[in-house]
Design a protein around this ligand. Structure first.
Ligand code: SF4
Ligand code: SF4
Length: 115
């Protein structure tokens, strides 16, 4: 197991530069998008009875299911202005990759030291 395997595969599915957004005023809180999205991009705010985009980077390229199903036309896509490198760098920070690399260097010195 490499240290990179600690990162969920979905975390690197950032090739799409579009992400779903919800217009909260139009959202009637039906929950269809939450239940229908196979990538679990949404969670449900049970207090305010609204859907929320919580894991936008799980969104599948070319899928439009939530947009098509939403009865109040509250979901649209927003172009993500972050570059792929910026997105990956955010994941590097979130998943402590630098710390894990240092640990791997210390633990596997025989493998990585200069010849
Ligand atoms: S499907 Fe549309 S109206 Fe229903 S919870 Fe999702 S965003 Fe809101
Ligand atoms: S487009 Fe598809 S994968 Fe993306 S949030 Fe909507 S239902 Fe989920």
């Amino acid at each position: 197991m490499t240290f990179m395997s600690a990162i969920p595969r979905c975390a690197f599915q950032v090739k799409s530069n579009l992400r779903s957004i919800i217009d909260e005023e139009n959202c009637i809180g039906c929950g269809v998008c939450v239940v229908a999205c196979g990538r679990k991009v949404f969670r449900y705010d049970y207090v305010n009875k609204k859907a929320k985009v919580v894991y936008p980077y799980n969104c599948m390229v070319a899928c439009q299911t939530c947009v098509n199903l939403c009865p109040s036309n509250a979901i649209s896509f927003q172009r993500n202005e972050q570059t792929e490198r910026e997105q990956i760098q955010r994941l590097v920070k979130d998943y402590n990759i630098v710390k894990k690399a240092k640990k791997a260097l210390a633990e596997r010195e025989d493998e990585f030291r200069l010849p």
